[in-house]
Ligand binder design. Structure first.
Ligand code: SAH
Length: 228
């Protein structure tokens, strides 16, 4: 990506440190070059508090305030890879519209925005979203649209979406998402209880959804309503 996002960092945030993270993701089975490249060039240390920056390229989730977390790089890579595989090759990916629920610090949003045409992302905590807006505008990324709302209702104005990704855990797949995903599109979502969930991939075919469980995951919960 040729925007100002490729800020190199030093020491524990250097390109060499990021390279080690990418190697680890490869060992864990992440294969798509474009996904690995996006992880390598995206400065994760700039998405978290400076005091935690030295841990930015460890494969762990980290606190971002407001009782929320930045997702583990492996999970971000895995979910992104699932979406790209579902979209197919080349042309379709370049034209794809993706909806994300749970913007948080905007890391997953930024990874996706480098790979698809446009990302629509919804966050329910208004002050967290404000910080993220400022960060993304500093990076000069301009194919992301953000709004503060309860993401469980999707974003009907821009539907249908080629893919929908939820980065917070739901007890069940919200109906609006099934309505707003395009025919042949996918919803990638952690489904389950508070402590652990299954990462599910739901494909919409002829108005029905086929659900496939991928692996156990732990996400913060998808909550109702908005917070100022
Ligand atoms: N995508 C982030 C992870 C964010 S954690 C990353 O790249 O690291 C999950 C986020 O989902 C939190 O910020 C939380 O506030 C948000 N969230 C929870 N319930 C939501 C809802 N109903 N609508 C929108 N966002 C929600």
């Amino acid at each position: 990506m040729n925007s100002s996002i490729q800020q190199e960092g030093i020491g524990m945030t250097s390109l060499r440190t990021r390279e080690r993270l990418v190697q680890r993701l490869i060992e864990q089975g992440i294969q798509q070059i474009d996904v690995l490249e996006a992880i390598r060039t995206t400065p994760r240390h700039l998405f978290i508090e400076e005091a935690l920056a030295h841990r930015a390229y460890e494969d762990v989730s980290l606190p971002i305030g407001f009782d929320q977390t930045i997702s583990q790089p492996y999970i971000v890579a895995r979910m992104t890879e699932i979406i790209l595989s579902a979209l197919g090759k080349g042309n379709k990916i370049d034209k794809a519209k993706v909806l994300e629920l749970g913007t948080g610090c905007g890391y997953q949003t930024t990874i996706l925005a480098q790979l698809v045409k446009r990302v629509y992302s919804i966050e329910r905590i208004s002050s967290l979203l404000q910080k993220t807006k400022e960060r993304l505008s500093d990076f000069g990324i301009n194919n992301i649209q953000l709004k503060c709302a309860d993401g469980r209702y999707g974003w009907p104005q821009y539907a249908p979406f080629d893919a929908i990704i939820t980065t917070a855990a739901a007890a069940e797949i919200p109906k609006a998402l099934i309505e707003q995903v395009a025919e042949g599109g996918v919803i990638v979502i952690p489904v389950g209880g508070a402590r652990q969930q299954e990462l599910q991939v739901c494909r919409k075919k002829k108005d029905k959804v086929e659900v496939e469980s991928v692996e156990p995951v732990v996400f913060v919960p998808l909550l109702e309503g908005v917070e100022r």
